[in-house]
Design a protein around this ligand. Structure first.
Ligand SMILES: [Zn+2]
Length: 146
């Protein structure tokens, strides 16, 4: 019998299965696909998408967002925020989701240039046409997924 690794935790699983039993139990929304074939070329991207989907990164750690001067200075794979001086409003960019206006939020600019936003932020966007919803707190420039 051949083996592969669970997409979430790298534990060994039978070759055609996506997840180990432990991950399936921890995440009831996951579905085992009995005859799933892990092609090596898309294994990494599949894994990344899954982590994003489950917000595992946000849940396990805070993510530092990058302050940029304006919209066109966004770094594609980094969470970024900036102030539109003319409009006197702040914006947040979330990779694989989109840009959200913080107009309806209270934004405090800290001494170190980071911002703290209240209440929590919800951004509905898309990733290659697939709808994505992110919800979290931005505190002192650090994002924590809800
Ligand atoms: Zn697992």
């Amino acid at each position: 019998m051949s083996y592969s690794t669970c997409l979430l935790c790298d534990q060994m699983v039978p070759m055609y299965e996506k997840f180990c039993d432990k991950c399936l139990a921890n995440h009831p929304t996951l579905r085992q696909e009995k005859f799933y074939w892990k092609a090596s070329h898309d294994y990494a991207s599949e894994k990344e998408k899954l982590i994003q989907f489950l917000h595992l990164k946000g849940r396990s750690m805070e993510q530092v967002a990058l302050r940029v001067d304006r919209h066109n200075e966004i770094v594609q794979d980094k969470m970024c925020y900036w102030k539109n001086v003319e409009a006197d409003s702040w914006y947040l960019y979330i990779p694989r989701c989109g840009v959200g206006s913080l107009k309806a939020h209270t934004v405090i600019e800290n001494q170190d240039g980071t911002i703290t936003v209240t209440p929590s932020i919800e951004v509905v966007g898309h990733d290659n046409g697939k709808p994505v919803k992110r919800h979290g707190y931005l505190t002192n420039g650090k994002w924590k997924e809800v």
